[in-house]
Design a protein around this ligand. Structure first.
Ligand code: ZN
Length: 175
């Protein structure tokens, strides 16, 4: 019976309409009559619409790939800011500019990042990763170290540590 009526909750011992959230009783004839009543019809239509919306959003794997590409773009933008020693303030406008220049790019449109998120990516993700890389490098090579203590404008005290060494992987001197 439940094959004919897909709206019946098969996990329950009694007849239960998943759409109307009510207990039912009676024979096949009664169930057919319930299927035709207006409340049930409305609920059924609503479910179909939401399934249609889900299909519009696209299949999961495609979404996953795009999300990954957006994340990669955000990380690369952060790398660029660090590598060129640019102010983080740029992140308030650069992604918006990209959106305008590349209106057909889903990746550019998906990037949603301002300076506070960029700061978190740089200190929380990139910083940690590159620190590990540098530590591993320094275990294998000789290096010079320069330190300087500073108190910046916000009276936050910091200790700048610069190490300089030859990187075999990059074939250059790294600071
Ligand atoms: Zn119903």
């Amino acid at each position: 019976m439940s094959n004919d009526f897909e709206w019946i909750d098969s996990t329950k011992e009694f007849l239960f309409c998943k759409l109307c959230q009510i207990k039912l009783s009676g024979s096949r004839f009664h169930l057919k009559r319930h299927e035709r009543n207006s409340t049930h019809q409305k609920a059924s239509k609503a479910v179909k619409t939401s399934q249609h919306l889900k299909s519009l959003v696209g299949d999961g794997s495609k979404n996953k790939l795009l999300k990954h590409q957006i994340k990669t773009a955000e990380i690369k933008l952060c790398c660029f800011i660090c590598e060129e020693n640019l102010p983080l303030l740029l992140m308030d406008t650069l992604p918006l500019l990209n959106k305008e220049i590349y209106p057909d790019s889903k990746i550019a449109q998906g990037v949603s990042m301002k300076r506070s998120k960029a700061t978190k990516i740089i200190t929380g993700v990139l910083g940690q990763t590159f620190k590990k890389e540098v530590i591993n490098d320094l275990k294998k090579s000789r290096f010079s170290i320069i330190i300087d203590e500073i108190t910046d404008i916000s009276t936050k005290r910091s200790l700048v540590v610069v190490v300089r060494y030859w990187s075999d992987d990059h074939q250059k001197i790294v600071d």
